[in-house]
Design a protein around this ligand. Structure first.
Ligand code: GAR
Length: 220
């Protein structure tokens, strides 16, 4: 008798909005050789389209509505309890637009990734596309990083560049950045599930060696 194959690392995705990054991960996970299993999708906004995408893929969903909680701590406590029920190996923030408390981040240290629409450390926070255009930058992009207590400040694993065009608007730029997001996030999640990336005390280890600079996809 053949031994059962080892179970795949489990992934829980948190989203707040349309969920195009979630969709890219769902699509990637349909590959027979994808090394992870998306076991649940959580959302802080009832009615977000990300929930619909998950349901269509037969993935369990839950909603913890931040408006039902009086403080960030209470919201994070409820979210943490729900995540613990699923006990995932990896938490993927995919457009999850809530600032998380330090306790929450510490509880899942080294197991939580975030995608941010800029070439970090440039442009942490919101409205990145608009700010890049206002600054007259020629190159913009996306970063995927381990989540640490510092907002958008955890060690960056990978980035993809996007050339800014003369007639770009925040929307046109966002669209091209998102195209890169949908390529890059599945790659990085795959690395995590294969055990190739780890959060160390002072940065990222890639295949066991310190990563001196983020991995880069070439400019599009
Ligand atoms: C993505 O562009 C992601 O980079 C951004 O939200 C969008 C979510 O889109 N995240 C942040 O701004 C985090 N600070 P999606 O719901 O279609 O995946």
């Amino acid at each position: 008798m053949k031994a059962d194959p080892a179970p795949l690392p489990t992934i829980l995705v948190l989203a707040s909005g349309s969920g195009t990054n979630l969709q890219a991960l769902i699509d990637a996970s349909r590959d027979r050789d994808f090394p992870g299993d998306i076991v649940a999708v959580g959302c802080n906004k009832p009615g977000a389209f990300a929930l619909e995408r998950a349901a269509q893929a037969n993935i369990k969903t839950f909603v913890i509505n931040h408006k039902d909680y009086g403080s960030r701590e209470e919201f994070d406590g409820a979210l943490m309890a729900e995540i613990r029920r699923h006990n995932p190996d990896l938490i993927v923030l995919a457009g999850f637009m809530r600032i998380l408390t330090e306790d929450f981040v510490r509880a899942f240290r080294g197991k939580m990734l975030n995608i941010h629409p800029s070439l970090l450390p440039a442009y942490t926070g919101l409205n990145t596309h608009q700010r890049v255009l206002e600054a007259g930058d020629k190159v913009h992009g996306v970063s995927i990083h381990f989540v640490t207590e510092e907002l958008d400040g955890g060690p960056v694993i990978a980035q993809a560049e996007v050339a800014v065009q003369e007639n770009d608007t925040p929307d046109s730029l966002a669209e091209r950045v998102q195209q890169q997001e949908h390529v890059l996030y599945p790659i990085v999640v795959r690395w995590f599930c294969e055990g190739r990336i780890q959060l160390a005390s002072d940065g990222v280890l890639f295949d066991g060696a310190p990563l001196s600079q983020p991995m880069r996809l070439p400019a599009s």
